[in-house]
Design a protein around this ligand. Structure first.
Ligand SMILES: NC(=O)c1ccc[n+]([C@@H]2O[C@H](COP(=O)([O-])OP(=O)(O)OC[C@H]3O[C@@H](n4cnc5c(N)ncnc54)[C@H](OP(=O)(O)O)[C@@H]3O)[C@@H](O)[C@H]2O)c1
Length: 334
């Protein structure tokens, strides 16, 4: 299948391009970005671009939209322009997007393949509602992706309430997102809109598909998001109240979580592993960036506490989106 990456020169777009090198199902047919970089060779713009894509020219978005000669699109454009672009493309072809524009639409799933694969069923409803041949599947914001992978195996213990404090990497703010002066030697306890996203996206992802719509999970989520001077890899400290379970049972559940291993998805890696002291520099590249590491699990009063770390650009963005497309293809939606 021929695919395009929109926003191919940005932080997430570059990660898509790297992950698509030698992909057995998806062949990169177009690299799309703004007028600013249009016509330039990809290798000129991205120093460490894979050899096979270095000579491809950037196609400006406007031109691409006139005749999108591909079978599927991965979107890594800013949210501000994504709604219209995604809807136009989804009339014809599947769109797998990192942008938030459609995440909160009732008929659009926020998909984390290992957590809520059944939400793919919304595609049928979305197509009926909108009369599209294609569809839109979103993935969550980066910190929610890491968080929900760790929450999925805890569902069986009855999640009552959770508090999360994030320590998010600089690359989560995009290529030109933060000045070095602002983040060097600093912690910034404000990421605009992030806490709302964590609190609401996680409840939609862990929600139940019922009568053609998702009923959000009933538990309370409260988040504080901070930016820290780490290049890649979001770390999160989680305090969680469960209806039942012990430290031993929770650790066993983390270690056993490997729900899609039988499907043979080309990019699939074990989603969750346990380490005593999870750290972004040591653990973010595990499973080619798709594996989340949980650790520091302890009882804390009547609740539990643990720490997770995961790669924001791979698990939290391009890698998650690619896995979504692989799952949709395996399930016959493409
Ligand atoms: N960074 C993360 O960890 C992360 C995680 C999850 C989701 N996301 C979401 O993923 C998307 C991309 O994020 P990012 O961090 O990769 O951003 P970024 O580094 O700022 O990259 C933005 C990309 O969009 C292109 N672009 C910007 N304005 C455009 C326009 N008017 N027309 C066409 N192309 C345009 C840029 O092309 P030029 O180079 O030509 O300007 C560039 O390729 C955003 O929606 C973001 O919220 C990011």
């Amino acid at each position: 299948m021929k695919v395009a990456v929109l926003g191919a020169t940005g932080m997430v777009g570059r990660t898509f391009v790297r992950l698509l090198e030698n992909h057995p199902w998806f062949k990169l047919g177009a690299l799309v970005a703004s007028e600013r970089t249009a016509g330039k060779r990809y290798g000129e713009l991205v120093e460490d671009a894979p050899e096979e894509f270095r000579d491809m020219e950037i196609v400006p978005l406007g031109e691409f939209l006139k005749e999108p000669d591909v079978d599927l699109v991965f979107n890594a454009l800013p949210a501000s322009i994504s709604r219209e672009v995604e809807e136009r493309l989804a009339e014809q072809i599947p769109v797998f997007t990192n942008a938030r524009a459609h995440r909160y639409d009732d008929d659009v799933p926020i998909l984390v393949p290992e957590v809520n694969p059944e939400h793919l069923k919304l595609i049928k409803i979305q197509r009926e509602n909108r009369g599209w041949d294609g569809f839109i599947v979103t993935n969550p914001n980066c910190s929610t992706a890491v968080l929900t992978v760790s929450l999925a195996p805890l569902r069986r213990f009855g999640i009552k309430r959770l508090h999360v404090a994030t320590m998010q990497a600089i690359s989560g703010a995009g290529f030109s997102g933060l000045s070095a002066l602002a983040i060097q030697d600093n912690v910034i306890p404000l990421i605009e809109g992030e806490e709302w996203k964590i609190e609401n996206e996680s409840r939609k992802i862990l929600g139940r598909l019922d009568g053609g719509r998702i009923i959000p999970a009933p538990f309370e989520v409260s988040a504080i998001a901070t930016r820290v001077p780490v290049l890649h890899g979001h770390t999160e400290a989680i305090f969680i109240e469960l209806e039942r379970g012990s430290v031993e049972e929770i650790r066993e559940a983390f270690e056993a979580f490997d729900p899609l291993k039988e499907l043979g998805l080309p990019s699939y890696e074990r989603p969750l592993v346990y380490a005593d002291v999870p750290q972004p520099r040591l653990h973010r590249d595990r499973g080619k960036g798709l594996t989340v590491t949980a650790g520091r699990l302890e009882k804390s009063g009547s609740a539990f506490k643990y720490v997770v770390t995961g790669h924001n650009l791979v698990r939290g963005a391009a890698g998650g989106s690619l896995l979504n497309a692989e799952l949709a293809r395996r399930m016959g939606y493409i």
